[in-house]
Design a protein around this ligand. Structure first.
Ligand SMILES: [Fe+2]
Ligand SMILES: [Fe+2]
Length: 299
């Protein structure tokens, strides 16, 4: 890694870690859980897409800075603010990258990628869009950012995020919200940057798993309405159980001990009762690999 990127890496690590500790950064968008895996994958995707050494470095750098200004949703609500973190983080990147020795062209390339990474406001026309990333750097960043929404990792992050951001949601409302996110991803999957992501190893399987998970939530809900005994079973195991573990964990604020407990209880259940029935052994290994970074919570 070049010296300037190494210095930026250290700055980013301390920024995100301090932000999570003092509550100005969402845990679901923190360093270990999101930013570092996104930056690494962004570089990898840029390489696979045939990007030059410079484009690979910029894809990595954009990954480091892309959620710099992302406040937790509950904090935005308190302040009465809209989420514009892609635009604010891009503005920050324009300032900081020049200080760290990146040329105006390099700075602009990374900043543009950051401005278009979100399923959010287009920096050009203010319209909400799932597809507005142009060029290798921007496409790589957007694809890497959305990779965290797939597979078992995606299930977990979405449920904890919901609990963290929308503590007053009912389970039914939360399920509807989950369904809407799945639809939004469907739109993204049809766009060039979505295709870039789905060409990556394991991504198609992860996306299939998300759709199956949603279907499973609804079929469990229908089953639960038929019988109380069945409802009890599903609340302890399967997709609904996993949902409640994640949602409950987020709703009560982030707590490593609770999360470790939920992982230990929830993930093997969903893996044993659902994933195992669905996936071949080697496919399961792909899903588990996506969860590798969460293993530290299981100590
Ligand atoms: Fe973001
Ligand atoms: Fe992100």
């Amino acid at each position: 890694m070049k010296q300037r990127t190494n210095a930026l890496f250290k700055l980013a690590e301390s920024h995100y870690e301090a932000g999570v500790a003092n509550g100005t950064q969402s845990r679901m968008h923190g360093w270990n859980d999101h930013v570092l895996p996104t930056a690494l994958l962004s570089r990898e995707i840029a390489k696979k897409a045939g990007g030059s050494a410079e484009e690979q470095e910029l894809a990595f750098v954009a990954g480091l800075l892309h959620d710099w200004k992302r406040l937790p949703d509950q904090k935005l609500k308190k302040l009465g603010k809209e989420d514009c973190h892609e635009r604010d983080s891009a503005a920050f990147a324009r300032k900081i990258l020049q200080v760290y020795g990146y040329s105006p062209e390099e700075t602009e390339s990374a900043a543009k990628a950051i401005a278009s990474h979100s399923f959010g406001l287009s920096p050009e026309n203010g319209a909400r869009s799932v597809a507005n990333a142009e060029g290798i750097v921007a496409r790589a960043l957007k694809a890497a950012d959305k990779a965290g929404q797939l597979g078992a990792e995606g299930v977990w992050r979405r449920n904890v995020f919901l609990g963290e951001a929308k503590p007053n949601f009912t389970l039914e409302q939360a399920r509807d919200y989950y369904g809407k996110r799945i639809k939004k991803f469907e739109e993204f999957a049809a766009a060039p940057e979505g295709k870039t992501l789905l060409a990556c190893k394991g991504a198609k399987q992860g996306w299939k798993l998300m759709r199956e998970y949603e279907e499973r939530l609804h079929s469990e809900e229908a089953e639960a309405k038929k019988s109380k005994a069945v409802a009890g079973f599903y609340r302890e195991a399967g997709a609904t159980g996993m949902f409640l573990f994640g949602f409950g964990c987020g709703a009560k604020g982030w707590n490593e001990a609770r999360t470790a407990k939920a992982y230990a209880a929830g993930f093997p259940i969903i893996r044993a009762k659902w994933l195992k029935a669905k996936l071949k052994k080697e496919e399961e290994a792909v899903v588990l690999k996506g969860l590798a970074f969460t293993k530290r919570l299981l100590v």
